[in-house]
Design a protein around this ligand. Structure first.
Ligand SMILES: C[S@@+](CC[C@H](N)C(=O)[O-])C[C@H]1O[C@@H](n2cnc3c(N)ncnc32)[C@H](O)[C@@H]1O
Length: 395
């Protein structure tokens, strides 16, 4: 018998599913023919709207209202007082049968078009603009000095290998953490692995001194570079810089070929090793082989650093039905956790890794749904000699 294969390699981030259409503009096709959109993400930086735990924003209230409405709709469907069921209870199943004994389905009344439109998720109405057109320039310069907005070019519904061209919820979680703990990162040198569109690095540049935003693929790195340029006003107050560079977890060495775009200079590599104290990665654990490659890279880099380093990793536990198990499982998450455990148990006499999950009670600074499947992990990488002297000092 022929083996059945499933192709389901197109992914769409929840972030883009709910982006309101008026904040959404298709600006061009990228070099591989994918439509590129420009989204604006508002930063809720003032105290009054930052802490969603205490003060619900309009969005959250709206969300709750929507859930309540939806909940009520579901309840109504289950409710024995519901008209169809009531009839069924009082008149028996016969009341729902037609003359020939066929079951007549009671259909929900159709909503007027306008109402249905409001209930459905916002549609994206793409307009293709040529690069450099007036409208695009207007968009580029609009609010260009507004420090409460991050503007990101991205694509939607990409093949899995282009997932970095979309923004993922894990990136928002890390942005929230960075913006609420800015003092921790003041003047640091930071490395982001698998930075995608660059949104996390851009947020980090509001506090840090230098951020190396790294990923693979010329097209993606170009898009990231453009996003850094679109948001340069956010880096200016801190006098910081985001450098977009190529860093492939499947390669042992950093690319230094000057003919290849986004390659590294020797000075940058030296700076990376001498000054980096923070490493970030958002939503990069969805394929076991890549997860292994990521942790090998992390191991290699942390062994080359001069200083102790703190690593922040965000992950969204995604439930998938697997044919192998014939059940729902979070296989990528389980692999991530077991690799984390391997890191803790590592005894190579050089670097020790201390791992802790971080609570998510920090304020929400971007509007998105902070679902319970999101997690943030902190890894402290310390040279073994430094760790013992730190412990001795503590005695
Ligand atoms: C799901 S996306 C997350 C992107 C971004 N961090 C975010 O959360 O919006 C995963 C990222 O990992 C990157 N990635 C995958 N394989 C990689 C590799 N071998 N080396 C470096 N980055 C890789 C992808 O290009 C992509 O940007």
């Amino acid at each position: 018998m022929d083996e059945v294969t499933f192709r389901s390699d197109t992914v769409l981030s929840d972030v883009h599913m709910h982006t309101p259409s008026k904040r959404h503009l298709m600006v061009r096709l990228n070099t591989v023919g994918q439509p590129v959109f420009l989204s604006q993400f508002n930063l809720l930086l003032d105290k009054s709207c930052c802490d969603l735990g205490e003060k619900e924003t309009d969005f959250k209230k709206e969300n709750i209202k929507c859930r309540q409405t939806y909940g009520k709709e579901l309840e109504k469907e289950d409710n024995p007082n519901d008209s169809a069921k009531e009839r069924k209870a009082s008149e028996g199943i016969e009341a729902l049968l037609d003359e020939d004994g066929d079951l007549e389905l009671v259909r929900k009344p159709q909503l007027p078009d306008e109402e249905a439109e409001n209930l459905s998720r916002n549609k994206v109405c793409p307009i293709i603009l040529t690069k450099g057109s007036d409208i695009l320039e207007e968009e580029e310069h609009k609010d260009s000095s507004n420090c409460e907005v991050i503007r990101i070019e991205h694509t939607m519904a990409t093949p899995l290998e282009d997932a970095g061209k979309q923004v993922w919820r894990g990136a928002f979680l890390l942005v929230d953490y960075i913006l609420s703990e800015r003092d921790l990162f003041k003047d640091c040198t930071v490395l982001e692995l698998g930075g995608g569109t660059g949104i996390v690095s851009i947020a980090m540049a509001t506090a840090a001194k230098t951020v190396y935003c790294t990923d693979v693929g010329e097209d993606l790195l170009d898009m990231c570079e453009r996003n850094v340029a679109l948001n340069k006003h956010l880096c200016e107050p801190a006098g910081s810089e985001v450098k977009v560079r190529m860093l492939d977890w499947l390669q042992d060495e950093l690319c230094t070929d000057p003919d290849i775009s986004h390659s590294w200079s020797d000075e940058e590599i030296a700076e990376l090793h001498d000054l980096t104290t923070v490493i970030l990665a958002a939503d990069v654990f969805y394929d076991d082989d890549l997860t292994d490659a990521f942790f090998r890279t992390l191991y290699r880099i942390t062994h080359n650093l001069k200083n102790p380093c703190t690593v922040y990793l965000s992950i969204e536990k995604r439930l998938n039905f697997t044919l192998r198990r014939m059940d729902v499982a979070c296989e990528a998450y389980s692999h991530f956790r077991s690799t984390l455990n391997d890191l803790v148990n590592l005894r190579d006499g050089k670097v020790r890794y201390i791992i802790e999950p971080l609570g998510l009670s920090f304020p929400q600074c971007i509007v998105y749904e902070r679902v319970e499947q999101l997690e943030l992990w902190k890894i402290t990488a310390v040279r073994t000699s430094e760790k013992s002297s730190t412990l001795e000092k503590q005695k």
